[in-house]
Ligand binder design. Sequence first.
Ligand code: SF4
Length: 95
Amino acid sequence: MAKVIKVDNGNGTFVFVKKDLKGKEDGISLCSQCPKRNKDSRYSNCHISNKIYELEMLFGLKLPVLECPSYNGEFEDVADAKPVQVEKDSTEEEV
Ligand code: SF4
């Protein structure tokens, strides 16, 4: 089982994190390689990423994306990959 540590998140709040994953959100998140992400503008940023950011702010979380049906960056096609059905929120804009 991974060791969990308690650290300051940089904003004066203490959070718990698996020690080996501390500070590695960008390295493991698909968003860091996706052209839909624009960290500089929430208006042109991916709508999914904006929702994730809202959750992060609301609960003090870090939420890297490990799987995403809307990823638009480079990828390697895998022959045995199976499609994933995702229901769309009718209030979301198409990106
Ligand atoms: S489409 Fe998916 S991978 Fe790309 S920025 Fe949005 S949430 Fe991240």
